[in-house]
Design a protein around this ligand. Sequence first.
Ligand code: OAD
Ligand code: ZN
Length: 247
Amino acid sequence: MKNNVLENNGNIELLASWIKESKYTVVLTGAGMSTESGIPDFRSKDGWWKNLDPTTVASTYALENKYDLFRDFYIMRINTLKNCKPHIGHKILADWEKRGLVQCIATQNVDRFHHEAGSKNVYELHGNIRTVKCEDCGANGQLEDFVMKKSCSKCGGRLRPNVVLFGESLPYDDFNNAMEAIRKAELVIVIGTSLQVYPVNQLPYLCKGKKVYINMDVDYHSRNFDMVIKGKAGNTLLDIEKYLTKN
Ligand code: OAD
Ligand code: ZN
């Protein structure tokens, strides 16, 4: 383990100073950013993939061969969002952007909570489940139609969320913009992701500046970061905010 990881572990005050000093900061988020809003992540004990095999519901195979199952899974995910909203951590990140402390967010999350909280520069690396399109003719569709199990109003084809499925490539512009931003970043703060999914899990290492990892479970990746903070996203961001506004 890098010495400075041990020295800097959980040093919120130092992180606040890094945020103030950095001229270009990128935040990379994953499902752990949204669990405090009531949305399960994927690989924790209550995560989606504990009871479901992603390839059976969230893949191009499922879309092509098990459309009913595929649709039921995404209707369930869309319905889960209905009673959930962004938490204090999302709001703090949006506020940091307004104050010039964060330049952009790259997220693997499909819930659009960063937008809802007011963040403007958001790259959606895995798409979103708030909008739908027709798999067959490409036309935009209505989310309500998908949830009501209707077909495409243009061609009668299969509606689907604009989410990246296993077997599909990532949205070109969002991914390239995120890479470019991280390449020039002086500070990258990674929050709430197990960093198990390629290619997003490679992004932090493009940063030539400081890399920070905030997650409930940090053991696996801690050696690759300049600072690790084991904790909840919302609480940790609130703690950092306290130091930022102290003086
Ligand atoms: P994972 O479920 O793999 O990882 C979430 C991480 O967040 C875990 O390491 C948890 O310990 C941590 N965590 C949970 N709650 C937290 C909290 N309140 N505060 C801080 N950390 C917390 O989710 P992702 O890494 O986002 O892809 O998964 C990546 C991709 O895999 C997803 O975008 C999705 C999935 O298959 C697609 O659907 C294409
Ligand atoms: Zn169509």
